[in-house]
Design a protein. Sequence first.
Length: 67
Amino acid sequence: MKKEIDDLVEYFERNMEELQQELQLNPDDEFIKGKIAGIKYALIVCRMYNRPEDGHQIDVIIDTPME
């Protein structure tokens, strides 16, 4: 599981770099800013999940509204 999360973190970091380069070209693009904010949040969650505390990984449950 740790390797998969490490791969996911690397994927998010690569996307973050690409989006930051795009944002430099168009600093007023709110859509890119939103993508960056979402990826930052995803990185936080992945890193939390990847660092077991006292040998136990945490469980992350994401609630999404049902439509």
